[in-house]
Design a protein around this ligand. Sequence first.
Ligand SMILES: [Zn+2]
Length: 342
Amino acid sequence: MRDKVLVVGMDGLRFDRLVALEPPVLSGLMAAGAYGTSLLPYGEAAAPRTESPGEIVPEDTAASGEDAATLGEGSPASSEDTAASGEVSSGRVIRSRTDSGPGWSSIATGVWPDRHGVVDNAFTHHQFAKYPDFLTRANAARPDLTTAAFFSWAALAEHGAFGPAIGTRFVLDGYAITWPTADKQVAAAAENHLASTGADLTFVYLGETDEVAHDLGPHCPDYTAALHTQDAYLGRFLDAIRGRPTFAGERWTVLVTTDHGHVDEGGHGGTSIEERTVFVIAARLSADLGGADLGSADVGSADLGGARLAGPRLVDVGPTALALLGIESDPACDLDGVPLEV
Ligand SMILES: [Zn+2]
């Protein structure tokens, strides 16, 4: 069996809304696979909330010291349970907004913002040369592997959060052509690539959920519609994978995650539970599950089925994808993330 991994990121997707809205494909992956949530170990309470997904926050408002969420004991933000904070030594303070730049950079690199250097959407002091994305790491460790990344937020390519060494990069600009259009074209390109090439490691970014939440908050019908649209794109990815002529000889694992949440009114950057809660869903599309009808999965809000991941963090996504491809993290890489048991 040849292992292959698809990582899908949906920007600004609040897990409680996902659970409440029961999008069929995501709900099916949760029921058949495993999932869990954790809290981002950062946020800036005093800073203004980002008002659009890619807004560049002036640096002087970005890090306001004592309002930073702290990992370990004595956290000033610790009315909230900093889940899975045990990996980080006590006193390590990560000063970063709960914005898209820091979130996706943490997902890409497997380290937190104090290491990858992205603390807001400006990407000013990024350290992607030292901490490359997990697709680039895969290419370096196993030059025989194929990698592909598709995104509607061009900043992720521009600043190298997902770097130029990735085999295929398909980049659109949601601001230039509207987010629904960009996501639709990104999804179509990814679907075609999964059906034909089917890279060993693929990353797909979809952004409309965040855009809508900024405009209208995550409780409006538009947010529901955006989530269901992205859910349908994900369903098409899975159909494309299952339709591959070589699928019987492949073992696909799908990981789905987000970069941050939103306050009820829309917006993020701060330290609230709603902004800091993120999730990881992991499911294997092995041949024995290949016939499952994801659309009819019986998923209620009380019991979502599936196994529970213990506090999966954004930094664990990359190491998990690499471990699934048989690539161990080199201790010299100094990663914060560890592979999830999926
Ligand atoms: Zn975001």
